[in-house]
Design a protein around this ligand. Structure first.
Ligand SMILES: C[S@@+](CC[C@H](N)C(=O)[O-])C[C@H]1O[C@@H](n2cnc3c(N)ncnc32)[C@H](O)[C@@H]1O
Length: 512
């Protein structure tokens, strides 16, 4: 299960090729502005535990920020370095454990340090190393992005994680490999739950949650549930850990958390308003929403913007629509369930954005004034659309122009890999300064288009030829399509969908 270098961390199965836009410093700036806080300009940034390094590399390619990072898994670091070196993203990607990396003498001080999915999966010893690194290397005014499992959201399910890890430790054999250990533990737990233990009756959400868990990617499950260390942490304990690094909680990196009407009832909001201490308010809020996973920004020296400074800075922000306008539902999901987005506000706003080009909030403010919508309402709508992943922050034109040659190289490399790898589903945009989700089929269609093929049917044929030569098949509604006719028909329908709904967005994002 673990090697000497891995400190009990799952190392015999590579992590997923995920990209996390909370790590994008541009998005951090919108969150800070919405919370009324001064955000740093990010010249240097560092990601600890970068996994396959997609986020670090895409951010390095798509902006002028100098990125550094480490992940002690050499296979993952190898992929990350290959991408960086082959495309010149300039990201410095190491394969060192945190303890070793923290001692390097050649690292700059950082405006931004990010850890996604690390903190609650490592030991106290490693946590102390990380905090000391942040204390020494994060600049005054610098920001930490950190995500972690928290309580009370894990109160019911934590025993299931214990059981899974216990089964893997006791009955799983080293030589089986991670996937077999995961499968074995899942099957065992399934059988146990089928006996209707009192535990499951006392914790009625467990069965549902386990049913969903069983369908998840095995590499993800191995890393999420099967490490030696797994310690969900209360917000207040997190604050204590970060105190020596002089960090103050800034705001949530999940932008929908900024809109309390989506998450708290009026009664809960009044209850919260009476709590004088900001830290206790966070703890209480976690109870209100049964928080399970926090994604937070912390800052070394929180400074408030005056209302005028906040207004001026927000007006300069640029945003771009990254979802197909007619397909965007006028509902959004918060802790309270599904909330409605007013058609009088979101209708005209989405129409303004439907050219898939960047717009300043100032220009949106002026245009929305004609619909008698105030700037405060426009800002809230932008935060909601961004939180729902329909909209991203766009960097300024000069930065877009500087980054474009780098994102073109990275995208060419990723598209080439996608011919055979099915796991890659992000490309880099010089406009958003980060990654954008593009399915594998769509990547193959882009490749076909780059090679001069003109029609969706030709792109589908190109994709099918590549897939057939490697024994790959399309999947529709959980069913593997077996005949060439079925596969081609599915690819043709995907390609037609892509022309209508995907291409205009990718053109605006300067990916194609
Ligand atoms: C759950 S994964 C998250 C990866 C990445 N941040 C993401 O979200 O895609 C945790 C990562 O931390 C790395 N890791 C764990 N302990 C580490 C340590 N002590 N030093 C360096 N990397 C470590 C693992 O190899 C793994 O890739």
């Amino acid at each position: 299960m673990s090697n000497d270098w891995s400190s009990g961390y799952v190392a015999d199965i590579g992590y997923t090729y995920g990209y996390y836009n909370e790590l994008n410093p541009l998005r951090m700036q919108l969150a800070f502005l919405s919370a009324g806080l001064v955000a740093p300009q990010v010249g240097t940034a560092c990601e600890l535990g970068f996994g396959q390094g997609m986020s670090t590399n895409l951010h390095a390619a798509a902006t002028v920020t100098r990125w550094y990072g480490t992940d002690f898994n050499p296979a993952q670091a190898g992929f990350a370095q290959d991408l960086a070196n082959s495309t010149g993203t300039q990201a410095k990607m190491y394969d060192e454990a945190f303890a070793e990396f923290a001692q390097r003498g050649d690292l700059p001080d950082f405006d931004y340090i990010g850890l996604h999915g690390i903190w609650t999966w490592i030991s106290d010893e490693n946590r102390a190393i990380v905090v000391d690194f942040i204390r020494r290397k994060l600049k005054v005014g610098g920001v930490l992005y950190i995500s972690y499992n928290t309580q009370p959201g894990w109160a019911q399910f934590a025993p299931v994680r214990h059981l899974l890890a216990e089964h893997a430790g006791v009955l799983g054999a080293e030589g089986q490999g991670a996937v077999a250990r995961v499968e074995g533990a899942l099957a065992f737990t399934d059988k146990l739950l089928a006996t209707q233990p009192l535990f499951a009756r006392a914790n009625p959400h467990v069965a549902d949650r386990f049913a969903k868990l069983k369908d998840q990617n095995r590499a993800y499950l191995a890393h999420e549930y099967f490490n030696r260390d797994w310690h969900p942490m209360y917000y207040a304990n997190m604050a204590k850990w970060l105190e020596p690094a002089k960090l103050t909680f800034a705001c949530s990196a999940h932008l929908l958390d900024h809109v309390e009407t989506l998450n708290l009832t009026p009664e809960q909001q009044s209850f919260m308003a009476e709590i004088p201490d900001a830290g206790l308010r966070q703890t209480v809020r976690d109870f209100m929403v049964n928080m399970q996973f926090r994604r937070d920004y912390w800052v070394k020296g929180a400074r408030r913007l005056t209302p005028l400074e906040q207004l001026e800075a927000i007006r300069l922000q640029r945003v771009i629509l990254v979802a197909h306008r007619p397909s965007i539902p006028l509902t959004v999901k918060g802790a309270l369930g599904e909330g409605n987005m007013s058609p009088q506000i979101y209708g005209p706003l989405l129409d303004l954005l439907s050219d898939y080009q960047p717009h300043t909030l100032h220009s949106l403010e002026q245009a929305m004034a004609r619909h008698e919508v105030t700037f405060a309402v426009v800002l809230q709508a932008v935060v909601v659309l961004s939180g729902a992943l329909h909209l991203e922050v766009a960097q300024d034109e000069a930065a877009v122009t500087r980054s474009k040659p780098q994102t073109d190289r990275v995208n060419a490399w990723l598209l080439n890999k996608s011919r055979s790898m099915v796991e890659l589903s992000y490309l880099a945009s010089p406009v958003t300064g980060g990654g954008v989700r593009v399915s594998r089929f769509q990547q193959l269609f882009i490749l076909a288009r780059q090679q001069g093929l003109q029609t969706p049917n030709e792109w589908a044929q190109f994709a099918w030829d590549l897939m057939r030569s490697q024994g790959q098949r399309a999947v529709k509604a959980d069913k593997v399509l077996t005949t060439p006719e079925e596969n081609l028909a599915e690819l043709q329908s995907e390609a037609t969908f892509f022309v209508e709904k995907g291409l205009p967005i990718l053109q605006g994002l300067q990916i194609v």
